[in-house]
Design a protein around this ligand. Structure first.
Ligand code: NAP
Ligand code: GDD
Length: 405
């Protein structure tokens, strides 16, 4: 039975990778940090099938001991401070974890008696390209393994250091060390402060809120009005204010990303380690979409075609330096690994919305638990509505058709 060691098993990718490796018959061990709250939510369904060891990649001796004790065949280095925005406010931490942590793992492998029995995967990133891209003859922008790196954030600089270390350890010490230059990949398990999940979480919350409101007042129709930062719900019959919901606050909507589904991307990680020769590969769908296009797809799933009323642009979410355009050319990965993504951009957005709507429905079955409204705004009672508007209510549209304006 092959043994895999995953640093970052509690993260989005770690959880999908662990599931996939279990299906392939691996013995899986995951390294988790000591924290005051439970962080194993994403792997709770497989906890009984895997080993968990406590560790932090910034502690080199700790990493060395874990590798010596567990004797893995494959080591996956996924642990990182992975939020680009946060790396501007916590550059030192980002450097220590995202660059230094990887060096600790590489050193632990290099000094092990089993150095050449282990294969190593590093989670590199399209952020390495930063500002830079190449162009096809038709003027289409893309990035591949030959595109020069021009990082735009402390996160990307730390990842670039780690990426170069991996290359040096591969070429200098002959280690089986590969880096996957993965473009953005999302999922139902994506961290909630990345833009795609932030959007779908908001949609889930919004739908759950409306449903709770509807149940509370036994209403089929709302009228909505928009203040600067809130969506105000009024009774469609009496026009009285029922409640309000905060708008979705976002930063730059014009950046483009090449978004795939994490489940497809962890397959690529494993494929790289099955090759006789280690190497670096770009993993991407080859399609770029702006944040606006993701908003279009996600809101379309709940039948809202004009989301502009629901979103506020907030300078807080702008970054000091931005990566404007990422679109990967995965030719090498397809030719050599045989890797292709299976989940499309639209399916990704729909899956994430579906998941968050379902989750919020469960959580928000009671208006009292979630309402941002105060008792002051809850002015209408079921009896008023029924008295005043039985006929109008009979003509109400289905739930999802919120009337704007
Ligand atoms: P994620 O959800 O943020 O997961 C990060 C993981 O790293 C978590 O398990 C976290 O543990 C762990 N971690 C953080 N600091 C640690 C430390 N000091 N010691 C040990 N573990 C630590 O990230 P992800 O989206 O799964 O991404 C996985 C990797 O791929 C990351 O390295 C990321 O930078 C890289 N990457 C991601 C993408 C993408 O689009 N998702 C694209 C390219 C590259 P806690 O649960 O305790 O916080
Ligand atoms: N997070 C966030 N929050 N991003 C926003 C927001 C917001 O409210 N509003 C607009 N954006 C824009 C960001 O400025 C960026 O241009 C884009 O949305 C994507 O941001 P993130 O979802 O945070 O992802 P990222 O591209 O910066 O980084 C992710 O992908 C990298 C691979 O390219 C992370 O997963 C990194 O770890 C990964 O390396």
């Amino acid at each position: 039975m092959k043994k895999a060691l995953i640093f970052g098993i509690t993260g989005q990718d770690g959880s999908y990778l662990a599931e996939m490796l279990l299906e392939k018959g691996y013995e899986v061990t995951g390294v988790t940090r000591r924290v005051s709250v439970n962080t194993t939510e994403r792997i709770s369904h497989i906890l009984h099938k895997i080993n968990i060891v406590e560790g932090d990649i910034t502690d080199g001796f700790n990493v060395m001991r874990i590798i010596e004790d567990f004797k893995p065949d494959e080591v996956y280095s996924l642990a990182a401070q992975s939020h680009v925005g946060t790396s501007f406010s916590q550059p030192n931490l980002t450097w220590d974890v995202t660059a230094g942590g990887v060096l600790n793992i590489l050193e632990a492998i290099r000094h092990s008696d089993r150095c050449f029995d282990m294969r190593f995967y590093q989670a590199s990133t399209s952020e390495l390209f930063g500002k830079n891209y190449d162009e096809t003859e038709n003027g289409e922008k893309f990035q591949n393994e030959k595109t020069q790196f021009m990082p735009q954030s402390p996160y990307a600089v730390a990842k670039m250091a780690a990426h170069n270390m991996v290359r040096i350890y591969r070429e200098g010490y002959g280690m089986h060390a590969s880096s996957g230059i993965l473009f953005n990949h999302e999922s139902e398990r994506r961290g909630e402060d990345f833009v795609t999940r932030k959007i779908t979480k908001w949609i889930g919350g919004f739908i759950g809120f409306k449903e709770a409101l509807r149940r509370e007042y036994n209403l089929k129709i709302f009228k909505t009005e928009f203040s600067e930062d809130k969506i105000v719900f009024k009774c469609g019959v009496t026009n009285q204010v029922l409640s309000s919901y905060p708008k979705l606050r976002l930063g730059n909507l014009d950046a483009s990303r090449d978004w795939g589904h994490a489940k497809d991307y962890v397959r690529a990680m494993w494929m790289m380690l099955q090759r006789t020769d280690p190497d670096d590969y770009v993993i991407a769908t080859g399609e770029a979409h702006t944040i606006r296009e993701f908003l279009d797809a996600a809101f379309c799933k709940i039948d809202i075609l004009d989301w502009s009323h629901c979103v506020v642009i907030d300078p807080e979410f702008y970054r000091p330096a931005e990566v404007e355009y990422l679109r990967g050319d995965r030719t090498k990965a397809t030719d050599i690994l045989g890797w292709e993504p299976e989940i499309s951009f639209k399916e990704l957005a729909f899956r994430m919305v579906d998941h968050d709507v379902k989750t919020q429905r469960l959580q928000r079955s009671n208006l009292q638990k979630i309402s941002t409204n105060s008792s002051k705004t809850r002015q209408v009672h079921m009896s008023d509505v029924q008295e005043k508007g039985k006929e109008s209510l009979a003509q109400c549209p289905p739930y999802n058709e919120v009337e704007f304006g």
